[in-house]
Design a protein around this ligand. Structure first.
Ligand code: S3P
Length: 179
């Protein structure tokens, strides 16, 4: 746990397919917090899907959107924020999340992630001839960022409800420690 700081929100970070959205929605429900998914906000603002942003614009345009949303998040209160998998792989984004949220990382192995995402086609970064290798390589690059989370939760075998319960427990502990 890091030094004393305000914890008004809860941010879920982690690789694609680790369950940030399902866990985030349940946590928000149980805490009576607002749920916000950065990918959904970007799609609504841009008026196109993430795949279209990657294809018609560039990945950099998508990352610029993420930066803008991260800035706006500093104004939020009582919000569970589910972030896109690459959003915290930018030190400024990660630092910013930590100014107002408990940052929880959901972790799973490359093999488990692959099994979970292999039938999905809405993630442009995984439309690759060797998606498992792509996952491994992105995980290696991103691990140093994911490890900076306040709490690391193994999302490998537990159910969504078990993970949500654990996340809420950590959130309550952090809030009382920082009060
Ligand atoms: C990305 C993850 C996706 C989405 C975009 C890029 C990434 O979000 O933001 O496709 O760079 O890992 P999920 O982690 O919700 O799939």
């Amino acid at each position: 746990m890091t030094t004393k700081r305000p914890i008004r929100n809860l941010a879920l970070i982690g690789f694609m397919g680790t369950g940030k959205s399902s866990v985030g929605r349940l946590v928000a429900d149980l805490l009576h917090f607002t749920y916000l998914d950065t990918d959904h906000v970007i799609e609504a603002r841009a008026g196109k899907t993430i795949t279209q942003i990657f294809e018609q614009d560039t990945q950099q345009v998508f990352r610029n959107w993420e930066k803008k949303i991260v800035e706006e998040l500093t104004l939020r209160d009582k919000t569970v924020i589910s972030t896109g998998g690459g959003l915290p792989a930018d030190q400024e984004n990660l630092n910013s999340l930590k100014t107002h949220a408990l940052v929880v990382c959901l972790w799973a192995s490359a093999e488990t992630i692959y099994e979970r995402v292999r039938d999905h086609d809405h993630r442009p970064l995984l439309q690759d001839s060797d998606p498992l290798e792509k996952i491994r390589s992105l995980l290696t690059t991103r691990a140093p960022y994911y490890r900076q989370a306040d709490v690391l939760v193994n999302a490998e075998i537990r159910s969504v409800r078990e993970i949500a319960t654990q996340v809420i427990h950590q959130f309550h502990m952090a809030q009382s420690a920082h009060r």
